[in-house]
Design a protein around this ligand. Structure first.
Ligand SMILES: [Zn+2]
Length: 307
């Protein structure tokens, strides 16, 4: 199957050293590289007088110390959370203890997936915290700000139900978006049931396509331009994958491992569990649209049939 996506896998950074990537925006990369996190989780500091942190990152005292050092004595008044995957929030308690900041994010949610089994993308302990209570609960269009910064929350579920993107209040010519793990340039986002839902993910891509942000600073990997166009490329990619999965079922594949073997040829074995969960997310979306049938709950091994 044709692959239309061009991934950007270059990134200039040094662990522990903040890099100013836009006026009033700095990035620190946590030292937790992996096949799922690329070079590591990005933590952003925004503002110039008092600061907000977007995503504290993993449990890593060196990273936490680097965040505080990067603030250079300026108060960190807010910690914004894109989503509660562990590589983004495990460092939150330590950073809270050092800053006394207010937290802001989506907060608690209920699962709505119909997929029978649980499972993250494999080996990363990536699960989300469904009970987290931020000091400031954010919903679509809500704003939060400090002395010289402000962001608007954009609810972008799909990667996780609690996933928010943040649009920075413009201070110059750029319209800056922090899309978290929803749209990254280094690779596609993992959509793994039950937290991940393909229908939500596709709708969230369309939400970004309708915006006019000029640059994006994602949860992993380097910045990229024209986020709306990147979101559209990812939407097209998912539609092609959806078609390929349906075609493989029509051609006789009746369970997830067979589909993965057919459409992810040459895949790094470490990524097979993630690919399997992604296929399951597509299958859930196909089931919702009445394109396939299964005799019982949707699972990796269920007996799939095209309708
Ligand atoms: Zn994530």
């Amino acid at each position: 199957m044709a692959e239309t996506l061009m991934f950007k896998t270059t990134m200039e950074f040094e662990y522990g050293v903040p890099r100013e990537i836009a006026p009033g925006v700095s990035r620190l990369v946590a030292n937790n590289p992996s096949p799922f996190t690329f070079k590591g989780t990005n933590t952003y500091l925004i503002g110039t007088k008092s600061l907000a942190v977007i995503d504290p990152g993993p449990l890593d005292s060196a990273h936490c110390a680097a965040i505080v050092r990067a603030a250079g004595g300026r108060p960190i008044t807010h910690i914004l959370i894109t989503h509660t995957h562990r590589d983004h929030v495990d460092g939150l308690p330590a950073l809270l203890a050092m800053t006394g900041a207010k937290t802001a994010g989506y907060g608690a949610y209920e699962l709505t997936s119909t997929v029978a089994e649980r499972g993250g993308p494999g080996g990363e302990g990536s699960h989300t915290d469904r009970t987290w209570k931020p000091d400031i609960q954010l919903r679509e269009g809500d704003t939060v700000g400090g002395e010289d910064w402000g962001v608007t929350a954009i609810h972008t579920p799909g990667h996780t139900p609690d996933h928010l993107s943040f649009a920075l209040r413009p201070t110059g010519t750029d319209r800056i978006l922090f899309p978290g793990d929803h749209v990254m340039a280094w690779n596609t986002s993992v959509v793994a049931p039950p937290e991940g839902r393909m229908a939500d993910y596709l709708a969230s891509l369309e939400k970004l396509m309708a915006r006019d942000d000029t640059i994006a600073f994602p949860g992993h990997g380097g910045q990229y331009e024209t986020p709306a166009r990147v979101a559209k490329a990812y939407l097209i990619h998912r539609r092609m994958r959806d078609t390929a999965i349906l075609d493989s079922i029509k051609a006789g594949a009746s369970a997830v491992p067979e589909i993965v073997a057919r459409i992810y040829k040459g895949l790094d074995p470490r990524l097979v569990p993630a690919a399997s969960m992604s296929v399951l997310a597509h299958l859930e979306h196909q089931l919702e649209r009445g394109l396939i049938s299964v005799p019982g709950p949707l699972s990796q091994t269920c007996d799939l049939a095209a309708v």
